[in-house]
Unconditional design. Structure first.
Length: 426
């Protein structure tokens, strides 16, 4: 590919077709590559062109379903968007283990978001705090005037929290505006409210407001779920003991806890993406919550009951919505929400927490028994066989041989194919 400069001005001003032609010329795309770029999938060109800046095409990921979930005595089929093999199957298996013992029990999740308002250059911190609290009702009234419908439906701004923060730039007041956002994720509404009350805050306390922005550490929006997993279905006493040892490892070691929590987020992020929610907000909130006590720790807890079954619990902030944002624009998001059949953001978060717990149990079970690679490699071997040019009718045969010989490589897949072509025994 020839060298090019990336300082391209006015790209956004071009039509979608003009952008495609321009990047085709820059990157020397061939006819087949251009056809891929011109395939918008379930989007219309005018839809895709309004979502993000400098759009040139649409990017698709696999959309799968996890089964066997019973949450609060109700069955769910859970849509998941993810590129990693074995994740969906693993979650479905863990849900089956929990189902025998009654399924998952998730708690109600309040839809409360925090908008932070940073107040600096205060002449007197104590007086500023008093003035803010004295004017609390007035500030909440101004905030709620920004979204009358939210108030009519039972939501809206309802409380202020004040924190003193010592920084290298001096002492600051951080005001938390608490807003019940009902079935929305809520970032836009809380940001708007924070913006509108900031001039009044400056006026009453004599300080300077800089940042006014949602916090993705949604500690008022905690999702909790609990389940008992049948010891025999898990693989017996030895596997349960292995899971408990793996949990203790994660509890003591942040290096292990990071990967432990990654397994949890495999499920939660896949559902977040499928339902058109903000995966980055969910990820950052979860990992921040895992660090709140001073050391990065697991988001789950495990113990055994009197019968030796595994009991798991999960707790993390989940700011998920079923209205607004991509839920109206993205056709696959609407389809995912219809399949999931949840009636509120609260219910969606309850499902997500249960899914995260199931995903974690599945990963720990694999680590404690057959190893995490087996499930991954079974699916990966098929992809390797396809990359090696193996005909579809021989994919399964070649893939099984790759796994059996523990050589998941393109060159070895080609070697196996040559043996088949020469009618030699595998």
């Amino acid at each position: 590919m020839k060298e090019f400069h990336s300082d391209i001005s006015g790209f956004y001003k071009l039509s979608l077709e003009e952008r495609q032609r321009k990047i085709s010329k820059i990157a020397n795309l061939n006819e087949e590559e251009m056809k891929i770029l011109q395939n918008f999938g379930y989007f219309k060109p005018n839809q895709i062109d309004t979502l993000v800046e400098n759009v040139i095409g649409s990017y698709q990921l696999p959309f799968g379903l996890a089964f066997n979930f019973k949450i609060n005595n109700r069955d769910y089929i859970i849509p998941m968007v993810i590129e990693e093999p074995s994740v969906i199957a693993a979650a479905s298996n863990a849900a089956k283990f929990a189902r025998r013992c009654g399924g998952f029990h998730s708690e109600e999740v309040r839809s409360v978001m925090i908008s932070q308002i940073q107040i600096t250059d205060l002449p007197d911190i104590k007086i500023a705090k008093e003035e803010i609290l004295n004017n609390k009702d007035h500030l909440l009234k101004i905030a709620n005037e920004q979204d009358p419908l939210l108030n009519e439906l039972g939501g809206g701004a309802f409380e202020l929290e004040i924190r003193e923060l010592m920084t290298r730039k001096g002492e600051m007041l951080i005001l938390h505006l608490l807003v019940d956002v009902l079935d929305a994720m809520g970032a836009n509404v809380v940001n708007t409210m924070a913006e509108i009350i900031s001039p009044f805050i400056e006026e009453i306390c004599g300080g300077k407001v800089y940042l006014r922005i949602v916090s993705n550490l949604a500690t008022h929006r905690l999702a909790k779920s609990k389940a008992t997993f049948d010891k025999e279905l898990l693989g017996g006493v030895e596997v349960v003991e292995g899971i408990l040892n793996a949990y203790e490892f994660a509890l003591a070691d942040p290096y292990r806890a990071t990967t432990h929590n990654k397994g949890i987020m495999n499920g939660i992020v896949a559902l977040t993406l499928a339902t058109g929610n903000d995966t980055r907000a969910i990820e950052s909130g979860a990992h921040a919550y895992a660090s709140l006590k001073g050391q990065y720790s697991p988001l789950t807890k495990f113990q055994v009951d009197s019968d030796g079954n595994l009991v798991g619990e999960i707790e993390l902030p989940l700011a998920l919505g079923i209205i607004g944002g991509m839920t109206k624009i993205h056709p696959m998001t609407r389809l995912a929400l219809k399949i999931l059949n949840v009636k509120s953001a609260n219910e969606l978060s309850q499902v997500a927490a249960a899914l995260g717990l199931a995903q974690n149990v599945a990963a720990l079970r694999a680590l404690a028994s057959e190893g995490i690679q087996k499930g991954h490699m079974t699916l990966h071997s098929r992809n390797i066989a396809r990359l090696a040019g193996v005909p579809e009718k021989l994919i399964e045969k070649v893939a099984n041989k790759l796994v059996e010989d523990k050589k998941i490589r393109v060159d070895y897949a080609k070697e196996i194919l040559k043996r088949i072509d020469k009618n030699k025994n595998l």
